[in-house]
Design a protein. Structure first.
Length: 735
């Protein structure tokens, strides 16, 4: 079994447990564990990381016949290997794990949950320190970081905040057990833990009667605590709640993922914790989505009073008051807009219109918000200190978009603004000029996306969402760390020009993730040279012999790496050809073209990396491959350091067209993976197989959903040749 704890840390933990005042938080969760055990009808409970006091036992009330077992590798009495249990609890344990071993521990937990797990995680520093001065909480990460860690191992059922952290109910990915009605909804209403020092008791958290309440309807659910009609949707496991006082608002909620799919994809690609400016937020459909699904900090502006009232109700319904600041004003280039219905702006005041009243609080109050001034520009807003420079900007203001953009020129010139989505009317000269102005500020847009988004008929014909992205490659410092430094020859320049032209003409496909299929990627005569110089069988060796994978793994994949050691295995004429090949492929021009092509998918990674490092650094990583009969590789997303992957197919004819790379979608829509494991085929739906045809390139950016693989090759006597190249990140932070 993979190590779960180092010996030195085991001794450290044993000493802390010996004090008698360490590892006692579990007592506060006795009520909820009792409720879960009863509601889930479990007959066995494993207390993972039970500590020397096994404090959970002091408050938990288990169903009759339910067997308790405690496990803690740092406590000799409870260090024996545990057996799987129907409910595994790990309460305020995971933040104490050594960071380099957290995946081992999560894998161990996953093997023990049969099928349920209940975990609590403390995300802030601990009061105690270790003997070497480190904080006792070795991992201090926000909830979204933990959720990304959990997803490869568990199906996330429900989660709820607790002071300084969260708790979560999970199910094993090997189980199809149904979640009993009422658990997920009740789980969201966990009351706060008692204050430190308070006497723990079994009633500190909900008991069976509270968890037994029916779940809120996923369709219209009339009546929350305020008596407002509500509609709830579940988006990839995140519950979004909206006030829906009429049929039109209910329809908008029910069609949220379909109405503006480009907007949803744009929001999904936003890095967690980004700052979003939502201009023309309406009732907050996308404000709520960004704040809950992507944990964004949102500044929402909506001048129409009835919409603003619903916007505030939706913020409250989703518990987002700490993540969303809503202003009942317009953003423009200057002056007032008569279309507004506000008469007074004072901190803590009220907005009156059409008989509707809603309270709001302007904190902080920008100096530009003088009484009677109901419009300001984005530049004024940022310069006044009312909000930071936004990373993402969404604008939809019924034809006034060009005015909003004009009032944001200084802000949009800031490189921290990564992307803008704006509704534009291609028939208006002002909007055509706005496109040119954004391009002058360093933004580009995908013409295929924008043309596809345009309404084709009706009163809004020619209107659609344009997505502008600041050129990702501009922030990249390409560091060529390869060992081949020969200058490019004329042939190399010609081949590169041909390849880049073919790539520029090929549209990005988006299902099940962004990818390119480029045919005739090389000039025909050059492709013939590639085939003629492909290494002989004697020059190839199994991938396992290269040290890149386990020694006995993928014995049917024979390779030559682009290294001096492996090149020495080839004939001199072959070495010379592939050195020249590397001289043009390992260049900034080559990598930059693909980084720009996939900018929309890569920008969130770049933003996260550049928040830590000053620049992005890359190198090329290529190998020649010949796959044999019985070769297969399960769905995977490539290693975390990969940025863009290239598969250059190299067959002589179309006789192996059925042996191409397959692209997959996980059967669980919420499942993501930032790299490492190769998963069983049965867990995925094969969306397509890109046929293995001569002179074809399959290329895609590495994302958490770029699952691809090769179905087992059953045909006898196969030699499947291809060249694989990867743009590889050199930064310590990869995603």
């Amino acid at each position: 079994m993979n190590p779960l704890i180092s010996e030195s840390y085991r001794r450290e933990q044993a000493a802390l447990h010996a004090t008698g005042a360490y590892g006692t938080t579990a007592a506060y969760f006795g009520g909820v564990v009792s409720a879960l055990a009863s509601k889930l009808q479990v007959q066995s409970l494993l207390d993972y990381g039970c500590g020397s006091k096994r404090s959970l036992l002091t408050t938990v009330q288990l169903p009759e016949g339910c067997v308790y077992e405690g496990y803690d590798p740092a406590v000799p009495d409870y260090s024996a290997d545990p057996i799987p249990a129907e409910l595994v609890c790990s309460i305020d344990v995971l933040e104490h794990i050594e960071p380099e071993l957290i995946d081992n521990v999560l894998g161990h937990l996953a093997s023990l949950c049969d099928p349920w797990g209940f975990f609590s995680v403390h995300c802030a520093p601990a009061a105690k320190v270790l003997s070497d001065g480190r904080n006792a909480h070795l991992i201090q990460q926000p909830p979204e970081w933990w959720l990304d860690k959990f997803r490869p191992y568990f199906k996330l059922v429900a989660r709820a905040p607790v002071p300084h952290g969260f708790c979560i109910l999970v199910r094993s990915r090997q189980s199809d057990a149904e979640v009993p009605a009422g658990i997920a909804d009740a789980f969201q209403r966990l009351p706060a833990l008692p204050p430190a020092g308070a006497l723990p008791h079994a009633g500190a958290l909900p008991h069976v009667s509270e968890l037994a309440q029916p779940a809120a309807a996923a369709a219209p659910a009339n009546g929350d605590d305020e008596g407002l009609p509500m509609t709830q949707v579940d988006y990839l496991g995140v519950q979004l709640r909206y006030v829906t006082p009429n049929r039109a608002t209910r329809w908008r909620v029910e069609t949220l993922p379909q109405k503006e799919p480009d907007t949803i994809r744009w929001l999904e690609a936003m890095p967690r914790g980004a700052v979003l400016l939502d201009v023309g937020a309406n009732v907050g459909m996308y404000t709520v989505f960004a704040a809950k699904v992507r944990d964004a900090k949102v500044y929402a502006f909506e001048p129409e009073a009835q919409n603003f009232a619903l916007l505030n109700s939706n913020i409250a319904a989703n518990g987002l008051s700490s993540r969303v600041i809503a202003y009942p004003v317009a953003l423009s280039d200057q002056g007032k807009l008569d279309r507004l219905y506000l008469s007074d702006l004072t901190p803590g005041g009220s907005c009156h219109s059409f008989g509707a009243e809603v309270g709001f609080d302007l904190q902080p109050r920008p100096a530009a918000f003088e009484q009677g001034s109901i419009s300001m520009s984005i530049d004024q807003l940022v310069e006044s200190g009312a909000m930071p420079v936004p990373h993402y900007v969404k604008i939809d203001v019924d034809g006034f978009e060009h005015k909003v953009l004009a009032g944001a020129a200084r802000t949009l010139a800031d490189p921290r603004v990564a992307s803008i989505i704006v509704e534009l009317n291609t028939h208006l000269k002002e909007h055509q000029d706005a496109i040119a102005a954004l391009q002058a500020l360093g933004f580009s847009y995908d013409r295929q996306q924008s043309e596809g988004a345009l309404r084709k008929e009706g009163p809004f014909q020619g209107v659609g969402e344009f997505i502008f992205t600041r050129a990702a490659a501009a922030a990249v410092n390409f560091q060529r760390a390869h060992r081949f430094t020969l200058p490019r020859q004329a042939k190399g320049r010609h081949v590169l020009a041909h390849l880049l032209d073919r790539v520029a003409r090929t549209p990005v496909q988006r299902d099940p993730f962004p990818y390119l299929v480029v045919d005739d990627v090389f000039p025909p005569d050059y492709y013939a040279e590639m085939l003629a110089h492909f290494p002989s069988q004697e020059s190839l060796r199994p991938l396992g012999k290269t040290g890149r994978v386990a020694a006995d793994a993928y014995e049917e994949r024979l390779t030559v790496l682009f290294t001096e050691e492996d090149f020495a295995r080839m004939a001199p004429v072959q070495q010379a050809f592939w050195r020249d090949f590397a001289a043009w492929m390992y260049t900034d021009q080559f990598a930059s073209a693909f980084v720009t092509k996939f900018a929309e998918a890569l920008e969130p990674r770049f933003a996260r990396i550049l928040a830590v490092d000053e620049s992005l650094q890359f190198k090329g990583d290529a190998l020649l491959v010949n796959d044999q009969t019985r070769y297969a590789i399960g769905p995977h997303t490539d290693a975390p350091h990969r940025l863009v992957s290239f598969l250059f197919y190299m067959p002589r004819d179309a006789s192996m067209r059925d042996l191409g790379t397959s692209l997959y979608r996980h059967k669980d829509p919420s499942f993501v993976c930032w790299g490492g494991p190769h998963y069983p085929f049965d867990d995925f739906t094969r969306v397509t197989t890109v046929e293995f045809l001569p002179n074809r390139l399959v290329c895609f950016p590495k994302t958490e959903r770029s699952f691809h693989g090769v179905e087992r090759i059953e045909r006898a006597g196969v030699n499947r040749p291809l060249l694989i190249n990867n743009v590889r990140l050199l930064n310590d932070i990869t995603h």
